[in-house]
Design a binder for this molecule. Structure first.
Ligand SMILES: Cc1cc2nc3c(=O)[nH]c(=O)nc-3n(C[C@H](O)[C@H](O)[C@H](O)COP(=O)(O)OP(=O)(O)OC[C@H]3O[C@@H](n4cnc5c(N)ncnc54)[C@H](O)[C@@H]3O)c2cc1C
Length: 356
């Protein structure tokens, strides 16, 4: 198994000084503990599909019932929690936290959303994913229980959902084996990313949701407002930053970690690396075209109009290409020109990766 995380070691040392022992339980953060399944000759799986096959065969422990009482050691004082409206920089549309809220959400969602998940999970406007990520991140829901209860429901929706939860375990076992991948390329592509100062205006436009590509801007504004973003949107804005604008994935990952309510080093950094092509994607040089993505996953433009009010009066899929509107229509909009030409962005990326 992978060596214990540094945090665990520090905790053990700190408690040891007071004569208190640390008891660590396996598979509480993930459904299957990192290192519990490995391929022949390696300490972790580097490709998802074979990992998923092995992971699916593991028997999971039974979730434990909640303890009837919890004894808090003497001398521990509680501090009042600040109201979220008093904390500067907090996204206004955050979900309610806590285990009860998480369990309620899962119960409701498993009746209505889970059966449709396979068909709906990529639909940006339909919002057909569980939104359970913050509860998993904070440990308010048990991934073991989530997997077991989903399997009990059964059907293609539950199967697709469990597969997605497995991605979380997959990334955990990669990072546990290669902790350096939280800051360094897991697989270098010898990128010489654009200089941060030279790209400063493009980076600011991306962060603020004014790149001139409506689907990218909608997603970045959803992130700021809700502290959450749809997975399809995360994929396309991350591809836009790293491949179309050719900006270092660490800059994007930092911004996500600043704002995401489910933001964690494992899932965030490993997904950023996956999209940037420095991680575990077996097609590392693919580039997601934001227009193709928008037409496919927001065919009526509903998601864009929801988050980019300046384009609220542009009907149907025309909203994805405001530069094609008539000059008169455009002059009525307070919306920026695209920060980059897609073909030029693609050429720069292909050249940088030595693929032109
Ligand atoms: C660039 C980028 C950054 C990301 N950063 C994070 C992050 O910081 N924290 C985080 O939890 N997820 C992250 N993800 C993964 C994924 O986008 C979110 O887990 C998902 O959108 C959460 O919404 P949901 O709970 O409705 O997901 P659902 O579709 O309902 O999936 C159920 C659960 O499966 C897990 N899951 C789903 N997809 C992934 C995935 N690709 N990788 C790992 N776990 C997954 C999550 O725990 C999620 O709650 C990132 C993805 C990308 C492309």
């Amino acid at each position: 198994p992978a060596s214990p995380p540094r945090r665990e070691e520090r905790l053990r040392e700190a408690l040891g000084g007071d004569g208190v022992a640390l008891r660590v339980h396996e598979a509480v953060i993930t459904a299957v503990a990192p290192g519990a399944v490995t391929p022949a000759g390696s300490d972790h799986f580097a490709v998802f599909s074979p990992y998923f096959r092995r992971w699916s065969q593991e028997s999971l422990r039974e979730p434990l019932a909640a303890p009837r009482t919890v004894r808090v050691p003497d001398g521990v004082r509680g501090e009042p929690l600040p109201d979220r409206t008093q904390v500067p920089g907090v996204s206004p549309g955050l979900p309610t936290g806590g285990e009860s809220a998480g369990r309620d959400l899962f119960s409701r969602w498993s009746r209505s959303g889970l059966p449709l998940y396979e068909d709906r999970h990529d639909d940006l406007a339909g919002d057909g994913t569980s939104r359970l990520s913050p509860y998993l991140h904070f440990g308010a829901l048990s991934p073991v229980e989530l997997v077991q209860r989903s399997r009990t429901h059964g059907g293609p929706g539950a199967e697709a959902f469990v597969r997605q939860v497995c991605w979380r375990d997959f990334h955990h076992q990669v990072l546990a084996a290669r902790p350096g991948a939280s800051t360094e390329d897991y697989r270098t592509r010898h990128d010489r990313w654009r200089d941060e100062e030279e790209a400063a205006e493009d980076i600011a436009a991306w962060r603020e949701g004014r790149t001139g590509y409506p689907v990218v801007d909608a997603a970045m504004r959803q992130l700021r407002h809700e502290g959450w973003m749809h997975n399809r949107a995360r994929l396309l804005v991350a591809s836009f930053l790293t491949k179309t604008l050719y900006v270092d994935w660490r800059i994007g990952a930092r911004h996500f970690l600043d704002l995401l309510v489910d933001g964690d080093v494992v899932n965030n950094q490993m997904n950023w690396q996956w999209v940037a092509g420095t991680g575990t994607d077996t097609r590392p040089h693919r580039v997601l075209n934001p227009l193709v993505q928008a037409r496919r996953f927001d065919p009526d433009g509903i998601y864009v109009r929801r988050w980019v009010p300046e384009l609220g009066d542009v009907d149907g899929r025309r909203v994805h290409e405001p530069w094609r509107l008539t000059a008169k229509e455009r002059s009525a909009l307070d919306y920026p020109e695209p920060v980059v030409d897609l073909a030029e962005g693609l050429a720069r990326f292909r050249h940088a990766r030595g693929r032109d």
